[in-house]
Design a protein around this ligand. Structure first.
Ligand code: NAP
Length: 251
């Protein structure tokens, strides 16, 4: 086993991805903080290094094959073979289907599905060589259907099937694949949704909390805790699962 494993977290300049990157760094991984804009990753990298961890800022568009190939190769060279991958990068292009443009559909599919496919295909080479790997994909409770999100819910449901197939194909190489399906988590993404529907973000959170059994909205750290478990050595017999982290029951 290498002294330090290398993890890539996509879309980790902010929000849930940043929390996962920081958590994995404190768990002892060298972490590639990967996002569209390399400069935007620097504050997360600085927080990790200030805490004694190892991190690298990597600019990459996960939906672009060449960008992904170059980024994963750079991580392997500068940090070490990436044997942990968290496919977290995401975008919203919400609209009711009769108003949804082809561009809104394609953008969401390209970042979530094509992006996860490209990143996983590039990284699995290092995992199968190492006979160890951990893949975590960010799904959503929206996979079960959500008004105004026909594109996003299709992509997030698609990621669940993607995860299960990765588990089947890669298990014999010591690679597990699991999905986390968050409910309402306080980030810029849910803030943007509040703005779109014209509700103050604080009030939006209070309304959401009332509908959640544990009576609170989620925080990025709630998702980072689940990701930490799935990436751990101890989770080697857990694969192909979808864990809803939503303050209540989903299946
Ligand atoms: P966020 O705050 O909007 O962060 C998403 C990050 O992904 C941003 O830094 C964004 O970069 C990056 N990104 C977008 N397109 C990219 C691309 N093509 N290549 C690389 N990076 C890209 O979102 P979040 O709330 O943390 O969500 C993280 C994940 O959890 C997403 O997959 C989301 O769908 C999922 N999720 C979130 C919630 C929630 O309640 N927040 C619930 C369920 C699931 P830019 O800033 O440059 O656009």
């Amino acid at each position: 086993m290498p002294e330090t494993r290398t993890a890539i977290v996509t879309g980790s300049a902010r929000g849930i991805g940043a929390a996962i990157a920081e958590r994995l760094a404190s768990d002892g991984y060298a972490v590639a903080v990967l996002d569209l804009d390399e400069g935007a990753c620097l504050s997360v990298v600085e927080r990790i290094t200030a805490g004694g961890g190892t991190a690298l800022a990597v600019g990459c568009d996960v939906s672009d094959e060449q960008s992904v190939g170059a980024a994963v190769e750079r991580v392997a060279t500068e940090l070490g073979a990436p044997t942990v991958l968290v496919n977290n990068a995401g975008v919203l292009r919400d609209n009711l289907i009769f108003k949804m443009s082809v561009d809104d559909w394609d953008t969401v599919m390209n970042v979530h599905l094509r992006g996860s496919f490209l990143m996983t295909r590039a990284a699995q080479k290092y995992m199968t060589e190492a006979k160890f790997g951990r893949i975590v994909n960010l799904s959503s409770t929206s996979a079960q259907g959500n008004r105004g999100q026909v594109n996003y819910s299709a992509a997030k449901a698609g990621l669940q099937g993607f995860t299960k197939t990765l588990a089947i194909e890669l298990g014999k190489f010591g690679v597990t694949a699991n999905a986390i399906a968050p409910g309402f988590i306080v980030t810029d993404m849910t803030k943007a949704t509040a703005e779109r529907v014209g509700i103050d973000f604080k009030e939006f959170q209070q309304l959401a909390a009332k509908e959640i059994p544990v009576q609170r909205v989620g925080r990025p750290a709630d998702i980072a805790n689940a990701a930490s478990f799935f990436c751990s050595e101890a989770a080697g017999f857990v694969s192909g699962q979808v864990l809803y982290v939503a303050g209540g029951p989903y299946d």
